[in-house]
Design a protein around this ligand. Structure first.
Ligand code: 5GP
Ligand code: MG
Length: 185
């Protein structure tokens, strides 16, 4: 599984989080989630935010031993400035009806907080039993809207990162590690 180690292309500065560290951390998060939701009656609803969360969702969900359902949504933020004002729009909703379920939002990265705060508000209004968040990466220095995170992978500095589902203009999404981009001149 870990045979392919793509070399760093010249737009990448360094590997920030390697494959083994990712794998260990995702296992720890899965254990915490298994423990926290072990007594719920309905299956846990995992809702991944496309596209960036798809690899984290695949790895995390396969390590869960509790009953769960995998679902996705798609979001658009109105450009960088708009996102910082919290302007977010739902492009594709879940297939499942979330009412009556415990929901765990699965997100690639927390930046300003506008995406997650919008989703938490939206799902709370749907008669869910609870809404919590599993976030693979967190950039604390970028937060604008406060968001509570129950399961956090790693804290990272304010740099643009790619790999493990995260892209730059659709590039580098499938790198097995998290790498820091060299900013464009
Ligand atoms: P927020 O709504 O918290 O400002 O933004 C979260 C979204 O911004 C993430 O889901 C992701 O799409 C994008 N984002 C923020 N920082 C990065 C980054 O360093 N790399 C990538 N690929 N996406 C990022
Ligand atoms: Mg995202």
């Amino acid at each position: 599984m870990n045979a392919v180690k793509p070399p760093l292309t010249d737009d990448l500065a360094r590997v920030l989080i390697d494959e083994d560290s990712i794998s260990r951390r995702v296992s720890e998060l899965a254990e915490e989630i298994n423990e926290k939701y072990k007594d719920i009656e309905e299956p846990l609803m995992l809702v991944g935010v496309l596209k960036g969360s798809f690899i984290f969702m695949a790895d995390l969900s396969r390590r869960l031993t509790i009953p769960h359902v995998v679902d996705f949504i798609a979001i658009s933020s109105y450009g960088k400035k708009g996102a910082e004002r919290g302007e977010v729009r739902l492009l594709m909703d879940t297939r499942e009806n979330l009412a009556g379920h415990h929901v765990l939002i699965v997100e690639d990265i927390l930046d300003s907080g506008s995406t997650l705060s919008y989703l938490i508000k939206t799902f709370n209004a749907r008669g869910t039993k609870s809404v919590e968040t599993a976030v693979f990466l967190d950039k604390p220095s970028r937060h604008v809207i406060p968001v509570e995170i129950q399961f956090r992978g790693f804290e990272i500095p304010d740099v643009w990162v790619v790999g493990y589902g995260l892209d730059y203009k659709e590039r580098h999404r499938t790198l097995p590690y998290i790498a820091e981009m060299i900013p464009e001149k």
